[in-house]
Ligand binder design. Structure first.
Ligand code: WT7
Length: 638
């Protein structure tokens, strides 16, 4: 079970009541009444929400649960998320409303209206078609944080292609594995990206990922020029590189939005699990549209005059749902920032809030803790009075960070929406809405219609205040439908441990008020700076090094990152241990998985603690590293 900073310091009694101002503006004014109505008739609740969106053809059946756990929503409906995100705004005042305000790390600014976004997406959709992409094809997107990333995603969705965005912090090996697994023929990238004062050579990383031996399915690479750094453009028999701007200049701006069945795939997104192989969660056009549109609308209470900033990367589910699809479906204006939070100075974020008058800021505890270290003088330099709501996601927020965020950023007037959810859930699952009284560190209660339950190992419900496994009892429109190409693994991973329930992989506690407190992962998945890694994934990166015979990876508490990765390795016989080798192994993980996965420390050991059946006892490594009691060691080998 992973330790989290919030665990020890959790105070269940502090309650922050919403101000009269917050209550006056809120869309959901009576949470209990809305919740009771939704609980009494969940399908009606979702039908009404779905009816707020545009459909080419209405659905016949709201929920088909005849083949559990493969649920279907809005069966028979015909739609396209792009119709709701872009097309339908073209005939309203929103055509000239800003969709994105973009700030480059180097100070460059861009403003893009819904009208312009429509044009860019149509052009790029035709570019993809020109490269032979058709409905159902997978397209891998590996870009920096530029508006062209959402444009590429939306262009895929518009023509019915399935996007697979790979976060720009992953290595060439990780990118290659995802390209091969998804069998993508087209890769969209940038020449580079500016992050924290460094140039990330995205195109070069792609070139290394696309080496032809063994064969790689990509035939065409589209390169968006962001930084102007020199890159090599390849043009050989099996591989053609193209400049984005050159293809766009030749493309037609007229492109029909493909009619998709509700259950047709929209995207796949890879995430780490408890095995070494990342899994691609698949989301669909219909249910995902309805779920993300609704959760965003109610939780962030989005209004036409808001300027919303989700500081995550579009390459993660947070960005897919709440930078791209939900804000656009709601006709919102979003701020996007390319670079690192403290570059060139620790007040960069706060200057952006002030500059654009951001009203809602959604970020992660690790970022808050990181910026908190620089002190309150930095936010104090800027006028943050435009803010009215804050949000947190990715890991439990410790009360100290909560308080700092609430007081120094939100001026003690902005409720913090602590949203618990996952790549698998598509959208918020346990979350307040603005009128819900808050307890720092708790995501409060499940969203409307969601039935969460905490159970013990046997699947029996745990009474209030007891700790256990967090499960979900029902289906919701935004849930992932399967693991792409591996429905058995989907069933096995999420639906077998507690039959009839979705198992989240998290442990949690519910207090006497029905508020949920997430404790952490219980499935060999680590959250490091909000990123998700399987210990097995890091271990297999370590053992891929010729010097390593065996490896064990654990997470230890870290003040800013939440968890830090610690690796323990046994060397092959004849290999000499040295500090240089330990350092080389850290770098090897960074090369194999990505810089974001670089272990805090790799320790070379003579022996790994194992059970008599040969299983590495990570729990023991963890308590030893922390100087804690060793607990039950009766199964230890020697
Ligand atoms: C895991 C999912 C969903 C967007 C980003 C992460 C942890 C997420 C919270 C929160 C406590 C949280 C859980 C979850 N988590 N949000 N508000 N409070 N823990 O998506 O990479 O799929 O990770 O992140 O452990 O299972 P993800």
């Amino acid at each position: 079970m992973s330790d989290t900073p919030s665990k020890s310091a959790t105070d269940h009694s502090i309650v922050y009541q919403p101000s009269a101002l917050v209550r006056a503006r809120a869309r959901i004014t009576d949470w209990d009444a809305t919740n009771a109505a939704a609980d009494a008739a969940p399908l009606k609740f979702w039908e009404e929400r779905a009816a707020e969106l545009g459909w080419f053809r209405n659905w016949d059946q709201t929920l088909d649960d005849s083949n559990k756990p493969f649920f279907k929503w809005f069966v028979g409906g015909v739609c396209n998320i792009v119709h709701n995100a872009i097309d339908r705004h073209q005939v309203t005042y929103r055509k000239n409303k800003l969709a994105y305000i973009w700030q480059g790390e180097d100070g460059t600014e861009r403003f893009m209206s819904y009208g312009e976004l429509h044009r860019e997406v149509s052009l790029f959709a035709n570019v993809l078609k020109g490269l032979g992409v058709v409905k159902g094809d997978r397209v891998t997107i590996y870009m920096g944080r530029v508006i062209e990333l959402p444009i590429a995603m939306l262009a895929c969705a518009k023509i019915g292609a399935i996007h697979s965005v790979v976060y720009g912090g992953f290595s060439d090996a990780a990118l290659r594995g995802r390209i091969i697994d998804s069998n993508s023929k087209v890769l969209v990238t940038c020449d580079g990206a500016f992050v924290s004062g460094k140039h990330i050579d995205l195109k070069e990383i792609c070139d290394r990922a696309l080496i032809s031996d063994p064969p790689c399915p990509v035939t065409d690479v589209v390169v968006y020029k962001r930084t102007g750094r020199a890159v090599t453009m390849y043009d050989s028999e099996g591989r053609h590189d193209h400049w984005w701007h050159e293809l766009m200049a030749k493309a037609s701006p007229v492109c029909a939005t493909e009619q998709m069945g509700s259950e047709d795939p929209l995207f796949i997104l890879y995430t780490s699990g408890s095995t070494g192989k990342p899994k691609a969660l698949l989301h669909t056009h219909g249910g995902y549209s309805v779920y993300t549109y609704t959760t965003f609308r109610y939780v962030f209470d989005i209004q036409d005059d808001d300027r919303f900033w989700c500081a995550a990367d579009p390459g993660w589910i947070t960005g897919h749902s709440y930078i791209v699809y939900a804000p656009l479906m709601n006709g919102a204006t979003s701020v996007m920032y390319e670079g690192g939070p403290s570059y060139p100075a620790p007040d960069r974020w706060w200057s952006i809030v002030a500059k654009y008058g951001v009203t809602i800021l959604y970020t992660a505890p690790t970022a808050i803790r990181g910026l908190m270290r620089f002190g309150a003088a930095h936010p104090a330099k800027h006028d943050l009075s435009s803010l009215r709501l804050l949000g947190s996601v990715g890991e439990p927020i410790n009360p100290e960070a909560w308080k700092w965020f609430y007081e120094n950023i939100g001026g003690s007037r902005c409720p913090i929406m602590d949203t618990w959810w996952q790549t698998e859930t598509g959208g918020f699952m346990i979350t307040p809405t603005p009128v819900v009284p808050l307890k720092p560190g708790s995501g409060t209660r499940p969203f409307f219609t969601i039935k969460a339950e905490i159970v013990d190992e046997t699947g029996a419900p745990v009474p209030a205040e007891g700790e256990g496994f967090l499960t979900i009892l029902n289906s919701w429109p935004g849930m992932a439908r399967t693991i792409y190409g591996d429905p058995d693994r989907y069933k096995e991973t999420y639906w077998s441990r507690f039959p009839g329930r979705y198992f989240t992989g998290d442990s949690a506690r519910m207090d006497a008020d029905g508020y949920y407190w997430i404790i952490g992962r219980v499935d060999d998945v680590l959250k490091v700076s909000g990123y998700r890694f399987g210990t097995a994934e890091i271990e297999s990166a370590l053992v891929s090094h010729p010097a390593v015979a065996e490896a064990a990876v654990i997470g230890l508490p870290h003040e800013v990152r939440g968890n830090a990765i610690y690796g323990y390795v046994l060397l092959r016989s004849g290999v000499m241990a040295s500090p240089e080798l330990a350092e080389e192994l850290r770098n090897h993980v960074a090369r194999m998985v990505g810089p974001i996965a670089k272990p805090e420390r790799v320790e070379i050991v003579d022996k790994l603690p194992k059970t008599r059946s040969g299983k590495i006892m990570r729990r023991l490594l963890k308590s030893r590293a922390q100087g804690l009691p060793e607990g039950d060691i009766s199964t230890l080998e020697e």
